[in-house]
Every structure is written in structure tokens, then in C-alpha cells.
Design a protein around this ligand. Structure first.
Ligand code: IPD
Ligand code: CA
Ligand code: CA
Length: 262
């Protein structure tokens, strides 16, 4: 456990530092919002500052570890260890002054995520999971809600950044699921969505066209909280469904496994 524990403690303290960076920029006038893929895909000065902080820490403490981070890409050192980082998940919310944003850090050992940390600074919610040792919110063990009836469930989703010109935009799935649930939400941070499934605040969540840094920590969190998840299609980057075991099983057949054309 010794290596795992020091990795976890470092990941938590660096996530908290990144969260402090978020708060320095949040609702301020130094955001420097720039478009990436299109105007639905943006990056701010806070994304870059948080990323630099985390990567600098990793490089000085674990110089041989590989790093995959959203804004800098892959730095491969052929290490057993790889850090998978989203320095600011929920940048659209962040840029609007909406509080659902987070930093997500997953640590893989030989390709398997062993540690996941998600910190939502404005909400003061710290989620962490260690493989085989449970899922914790602000230090307390959490579990999925255990709900089994879809009509009593609140479920979240999200919409892909190419929704303007690709008809495969998740509206097909939404149309199928919406009538059957108590409520649908679009919270805007995939990492928070997954942790909220683990903590029992959401009963299910799905989204297509995500990336590894969005889900690395969150999927371990769901698993350690007793939830189920599936990569429900393979043709749109990372596409995941997560939920209580029963709700996961009910939602899975309702999601398209190939591209919608209208
Ligand atoms: C985004 C958020 C959002 C999801 C997008 C992601 P970003 O991440 O997780 O909830 O719908 O697909 O790209 O760009 O804010 O790091
Ligand atoms: Ca993200
Ligand atoms: Ca991001």
C-alpha cells in the first residue's frame, strides 16, 4: 500500500491546489476564453494554469511517470504509471460563472486505474477512490443510491461538441429515456456526473464522445461505490453509461450503439 498511499495523498493535495487556481479565476475578468474545436469547445487561462501546476508537481516528484492531460496531450515515458488528467472539467460552466466544475486525476498502473480523485472546488466536494478500498466524498465512504425503478430516478447526460453539424448528437437517446425518468439533468462536468452517481445523488448517467481524462477517475469512483458501467459504443471516442446496477441494466438497451442519422 505504501506507493499507493503516497500517490493518493499527492493526487489529493495537487487537486486541491488546482481547485484553488480555479477559484482565483472563477467569475473574474482574466479568463481569456478561447475556442478549440469550435465555439462549443473552449479553454481558459484557468485550464492552462491548473494543468501546469499539476504537471510540474508530477514531473518533479515522479519524473519517470507518463502523463496524459487534456491541454498538453501525452508525455509517454514507457512507465508502469500513467497520470490521466483533466485540469478543468466543466469549462463551459466555469466560463459562465456556474459552479459545477472540477479537476479530475486518475492514476493508472499497468493500464488499470488504481486511484481516482475529483475535486469540485467551488462546491467544496472532494471525491476519491482507490481500487479495492472504496469511494469517499470528503472523507466519508459513499455508495450508489441502489434505486431500481427508472420512474423514481434522476439521470444526467451531456451533448457532444460537434452537435452543430453531426446529427449523432445524443438527442435520439434522450428522446427514448426522458419519458421514463423522474428527471433529466445536464450538469456539465462528466467527472462530477460520475462521482454523483457513485455518491447516490444521481441514479444514472450516460454520455458519448468523451475522452479518457473526463472519465478516468470517475469510472473507478462508480465501480468502488458499487455501481455498474459500460462503454456502450466504440465509434465515438469514449462513450459511457454508469448507474446503480439495476438502472444501468435498464438504460443500456435504450441507448443507440451506432450513429444516429437524424
Ligand atoms: C466537458 C464536460 C462536459 C461534457 C463535454 C466535455 P471540458 O469537458 O465534461 O460535461 O459534456 O463533452 O468535453 O471540455 O469542460 O473539460
Ligand atoms: Ca472534460
Ligand atoms: Ca477540461
Amino acid at each position: 500500500f505504501i506507493m499507493t498511499d503516497s500517490l493518493l495523498l499527492n493526487a489529493i493535495s495537487w487537486a486541491r491546489e488546482a481547485g484553488a487556481v480555479h477559484l482565483r479565476y472563477f467569475r473574474g475578468n482574466q479568463l481569456e476564453i478561447k475556442s478549440k474545436f469550435n465555439d462549443s469547445d473552449i479553454v481558459t487561462a484557468a485550464d492552462k494554469a491548473a494543468e501546469k501546476l499539476i504537471i510540474d508537481h508530477i514531473k518533479s516528484t515522479y519524473p519517470h511517470h507518463s502523463i496524459l492531460s487534456e491541454e498538453s496531450g501525452l508525455e509517454n515515458h514507457d512507465s508502469e504509471y500513467r497520470w490521466v488528467i483533466d485540469p478543468l472539467d466543466g469549462t463551459t460552466n466555469f466560463s459562465q460563472g456556474l459552479p459545477q466544475f472540477s479537476v479530475s486525476i486518475g492514476i493508472e498502473h499497468n493500464g488499470v486505474t488504481e486511484i481516482g480523485v475529483v475535486y469540485a472546488a467551488y462546491l467544496n466536494e472532494l471525491f476519491h477512490a482507490i481500487r479495492g478500498r472504496g469511494a469517499y466524498m470528503n472523507g466519508e465512504l459513499v455508495k450508489v443510491s441502489g434505486k431500481a425503478r427508472l420512474d423514481q430516478c434522476v439521470v444526467a447526460t451531456g451533448f457532444p461538441v460537434d452537435k452543430d453539424r453531426n446529427p449523432d448528437n445524443n438527442v435520439d437517446n434522450l428522446t427514448r429515456v426522458l419519458p421514463h425518468v423522474r428527471g433529466m439533468r445536464r450538469l456539465g462536468s462528466a467527472a462530477i456526473d460520475l462521482c454523483y452517481v457513485g455518491a447516490g445523488f444521481l441514479d444514472g448517467y450516460w454520455e458519448l464522445n468523451l475522452h479518457q481524462w473526463d472519465v478516468s477517475a470517475g469510472l473507478l469512483f462508480v465501480e468502488e461505490a458499487g455501481g455498474s458501467y459500460t462503454h456502450f459504443r466504440t465509434d465515438r471516442n469514449v462513450s459511457v453509461l454508469a448507474g446503480t446496477p439495476a438502472i444501468h441494466d435498464q438504460l443500456l438497451p435504450m441507448l443507440s450503439t451506432e450513429a444516429a442519422t437524424k
